[in-house]
Design a protein around this ligand. Sequence first.
Ligand code: TXA
Ligand code: MG
Length: 345
Amino acid sequence: MNTELLPIHTSDRFDEAVDRAADLLRQGEVVALPTETVYGLAADATNPDAVQAIYRVKGRPITNPLIVHIADSSMLKRCVAEWPEDAERFARSFWPGPLTLVLPKTKEIPDAVTAGLPSVAVRWPAHPLMQAVIRALGRPIAAPSANLANRLSPTFAEHVSAQLTGRIPLIVDGGPANVGIESTVLDLCESPPTVLRPGMIHLESLRSVVPETIPASQSAESSSSDAAKPPKGQKSPGLHHKHYSPTSPMNLMRWADMEDLEQMIRRKDVVPERTCVLCHDQLPDPSRFLRVSVIPHDPEAFARALFAELFVCDRLNPDLIVVETVPSTHTWDGIRNRLERAAMD
Ligand code: TXA
Ligand code: MG
């Protein structure tokens, strides 16, 4: 299959890309579109065959449900069967933006989207291209991140083309993703609201809207005495599994100085010359390593740069990628979650 790559840097190009994407989606095709979090692999959410094609293209297990993207409140009503007060509060505070709300689904959302669950994950994205395509199609769009299953999520069109060229007819290049990691997923099917996947809208921001909001791990612990019910933290399938990984082995480390870092690397039977280091605080001498990437010590800037840096490192085919441990405060929760899952064996 020939994969077209369309830019959107002028208003004419933007309109052309919107028309082309909406046409293909109407025909039941799967296309890659930019969002503010990461690039998405999009299909018409109301077309079960098109949705199934997403799973095929990604190699994603059919047990892992997709996020449905909307761009106005009438479309929202077609997706969710209930809209509690908490949902209204979160939507007012964070939509359009990187927050996904899980709510009971309507019949219009096919089982293929939700992997058979009675709930649906919905998000109103902030990216103008994604919004324009949803409006042009006039239907909600199902889209997971536009990567092959278990690989790095794409924050540049180039990351998408490296993984999906030949598998889809169109990639729209919207430039670098502004947020850089996937949306926060929040379960509103039961009270209190529960974070299923941390993201850049972190627990403190969510609690400023609904103070009772709890993190996934806490709910998993608190419900562990209730044997009949699965822990809530496992409700988002795939949440605790290895994910988002570069193809090279990756480790999280904290070091006092260069010598300390080199020793830790050698203990893994790897030499520093074959190691890429991503750091934000303790910066080692770049001449000793295959590559040293310095990422700003600020969660927003770090999230924006993370996947692109990992992508560049991965291309060098190192024996090891070392990422400096990030702070344990809530503002870093989403980043820490991605790093820990990428570093799993
Ligand atoms: O930022 C994002 O969320 C990006 C962009 C493209 O919007 N999308 C994304 O999709 O990250 P994906 O498929 O990679 O992640 C969807 C997450 C998964 O953790 C999935 O288990 C969860 O949302 N999810 C989807 N539907 C759910 C449901 N009904 N109940 C619980 N979790 C759900
Ligand atoms: Mg993903």
